[in-house]
Design a protein around this ligand. Structure first.
Ligand SMILES: NC(=O)c1ccc[n+]([C@@H]2O[C@H](COP(=O)([O-])OP(=O)(O)OC[C@H]3O[C@@H](n4cnc5c(N)ncnc54)[C@H](OP(=O)(O)O)[C@@H]3O)[C@@H](O)[C@H]2O)c1
Length: 258
C-alpha cells in the first residue's frame, strides 16, 4: 500500500461536496493539500480547520478554472513553492439547467463545457509535466454515470461527462511510458450542492432529486479516491462506477417506500 503521509494532493472544486470530502479524507491520511475553487471564504475556513485538526500544510488558490490564464498563473505559483502534487483530483464541475436541446440556454452549455472539459484540460496540461518529471503519482478524474448513459434533458452535461470518460482513457494512453496512474470515479446521484447549482438555487426542485431514497454521500466518493490512491505502484484502477444501492442504473430506481 502506498503511504501518502506528507505528500501533496491537488483538489479542484474543494469548496463544496465531493472536493471538500476528498480534502477532509486525504488530510486525515496525513497529506498536505492544495485546494482550489472560486469561493475564497469557504476555502480559507476549510484550510484553517484541516491544518489545526491534522497538523498538515494547506495552500488555497481561488480562481475560475474556465480561465486559461488564471490556471497558468496558479501553476506558476505552485512551481515557485516547489510543490509537485503526488495526486491530482480533477473534480471541479457542474450541471447547469436541465432542458431539451431545442430549448437549452447557450450560456449554460458554455459554462458546462468550459468547466467540465476545458477546465479539466487546462489543469491537467499544467500539472502533469511536473508529475512526469518525478515519474510518480495518481490522477483522478471525477466523471459521472452521466458519462456512461444519456438521460432525458441531460444532453450537454452528458456530453461533457462522456468527454471526461474519453479523456481519462486518452490520458492513460499518453502516460503509458510513465508510472503515473489515471482513474475516473463515476458517481450516480450524490447529495452535494450539485442539484442546487443545476437548478440555480431552487431548493425545492433540488431536494426532490434525492427524495425517497438514500443517495451517495460525498464521503463515499472520497473513500473510493483514497482506495484508488493507496494501491501498490503496479496497480492502476482506471475506472470505478458507483451508484447508490437504491439506484441500479440511471433509469432504474427502487420504488418509493420499498
Ligand atoms: N453530485 C452528484 O450527483 C454528482 C454525480 C456525478 C458526478 N458529479 C461530479 O462531481 C464533481 C463535484 O461536484 P459536487 O457534486 O461535489 O458538486 P458541488 O457541491 O456543487 O461542488 C462543485 C465544486 O466545483 C467548483 N467549481 C464549479 N465551477 C467552478 C469554476 N468555474 N472554477 C473553479 N471551481 C469551480 C465549486 O466551487 P466554487 O463554486 O467555489 O468555484 C465546487 O467546489 C463535478 O465534476 C460533478 O459533475 C456529481
Amino acid at each position: 500500500m502506498i503511504d501518502l503521509k506528507n505528500k501533496w494532493i491537488l483538489i479542484t472544486g474543494a469548496s463544496s461536496g465531493i472536493g471538500m470530502a476528498c480534502a477532509e479524507c486525504f488530510a486525515a491520511a496525513g497529506m498536505n493539500l492544495v485546494i482550489t475553487a472560486r469561493r475564497e471564504e469557504r476555502l480559507t475556513a476549510l484550510a484553517e480547520t484541516l491544518k489545526t485538526q491534522y497538523n498538515i500544510q494547506v495552500e488555497t488558490f481561488c480562481f475560475d478554472i474556465r480561465n486559461a490564464a488564471e490556471v497558468e498563473t496558479f501553476s506558476m505559483a505552485l512551481k515557485e513553492k516547489n510543490i509537485i502534487p503526488f495526486i491530482l483530483i480533477n473534480n471541479a464541475g457542474l450541471a447547469a439547467g436541465r432542458s431539451k436541446i431545442q430549448e437549452g440556454r447557450i450560456a449554460d452549455w458554455e459554462q458546462m463545457i468550459d468547466t467540465n472539459i476545458k477546465g479539466l484540460l487546462y489543469i491537467t496540461r499544467h500539472i502533469l509535466p511536473s508529475m512526469i518529471s518525478v515519474n510518480q503519482g495518481q490522477v483522478i478524474n471525477i466523471g459521472s454515470t452521466a458519462g456512461h448513459i444519456v438521460y432525458p434533458q441531460g444532453n450537454v452535461y452528458n456530453a461533457t461527462k462522456f468527454a471526461v470518460k474519453a479523456l481519462n482513457e486518452a490520458i492513460n494512453l499518453d502516460l503509458v511510458d510513465t508510472n503515473i496512474k489515471v482513474c475516473s470515479i463515476d458517481p450516480g446521484a450524490c447529495d452535494t450542492e450539485f442539484s442546487l447549482v443545476r437548478f440555480k438555487g431552487d431548493k425545492e426542485i433540488a431536494s426532490k432529486v434525492y427524495e425517497g431514497y438514500e443517495p451517495l454521500h460525498a464521503q463515499d466518493i472520497a473513500e473510493a479516491a483514497l482506495f484508488v490512491s493507496t494501491r501498490p505502484a503496479h496497480v492502476n484502477i482506471q475506472n470505478i462506477v458507483i451508484y447508490p444501492t437504491s439506484q441500479r442504473s440511471v433509469y432504474v430506481h427502487r420504488k418509493l417506500g420499498s
